[in-house]
Design a binder for this molecule. Structure first.
Ligand SMILES: [Zn+2]
Length: 89
């Protein structure tokens, strides 16, 4: 994962409306096989992994936001520690 403008945010996963979204209102989360916990999933193929309602996507968003806040704080702390790196004794 990189932060350039060319960052492909759908390299390992993406979400598409279900084929019958007009009826079911669901979205499908596709993930590369090696990211799933499915046994024998083909590594580089996108696997239909979960059905998400709009409510589920809001929940997912909140969950991600919670975890990413923690990760950002950790990265900021690490950067701060790197800047204040004490010389080895
Ligand atoms: Zn559907």
């Amino acid at each position: 994962m990189t932060k350039d403008k060319e960052w492909d945010h759908k390299e390992n996963l993406y979400i598409e409306p279900c084929a019958c979204n007009y009826n079911c209102g669901q979205y499908i989360l596709f993930m590369k096989g090696d990211r799933t916990h499915f046994r024998n999933a083909p590594e580089n193929e996108f696997i239909s992994t979960a059905s998400l309602s709009v409510g589920d996507m809001f929940d997912l968003h909140e969950n991600l936001s919670e975890k990413l806040d923690i990760e950002c704080q950790r990265m900021d702390l690490e950067e701060l520690l790197d800047k204040n790196d004490l010389p080895a004794e």
